[in-house]
Write a protein that binds this ligand. Sequence first.
Ligand code: E4P
Length: 249
Amino acid sequence: MPGLYQTRARRLQPCLESLRAVTISNDQRGTLDMQLFLDTASIDDVRAAARYGVISGVTTNPSLLAKEGGVSYRQRIQEIAEVIDGPISAECVSRKADDLLAEARELATWHPNVVVKIPIDAEGLEAIHRCSAEGIRINTTLIFSPNQALLAALAGAAFLSPFVGRLDDVSYDGMELIHQCVQLVETHNLPARVLAASLRHPLHVTQAAMAGAHIGTIPPSLIPQMLKHPLTDIGIDRFLADARTAGLI
Ligand code: E4P
């Protein structure tokens, strides 16, 4: 999709210019074209990742919370919000639009940075519309088709979460869905951001970024994987050996 890449490249140019600044402040971070969120409910993982300064938000879901041994959802979201100054997604579990609205209103009181996650189905779509009309920011989750993304964006969702890995799991090209969602949003100037979710390995992150995803949410284990390169390790060892030879250390 060369046209799309060119459009994105033009759009990214000012961002790349700004990245030449030495430090990215939290204010600037909110305006970056490509952001990384952490996909976890573990406060230890959030604290560990925060020290690198590359995480702009956090996504959670009931499955991630279930791994945390009975901590209250509210408490955990508030702990995370103390560490990361950006959107923190908390997911609804109600199944009817009226109940989703009531639950979303409650989740939104937990912290000003809470973004409410609602799965995309008919009841969810109605709830997305009603919540958005009230000013509650919605992250639409479990998106597996461009039409689901389109409907969610038109209903007012702030974030669209297409799940890459879960599509790959059933032999579809998950990354193609990211391309389609980005193209929909950019072609029609929809006021929603594409949040590439269910990213499982470093190549997913690269491909989502290259496809123009505005955000990628990554499990904590991906940060060391993204950092690692054997030639970097070899190069550091060689420089240190030569530094000893040169009497620098
Ligand atoms: C995103 O919001 C989801 O919590 C997450 O990315 C799902 O990833 P999984 O398919 O690996 O469970």
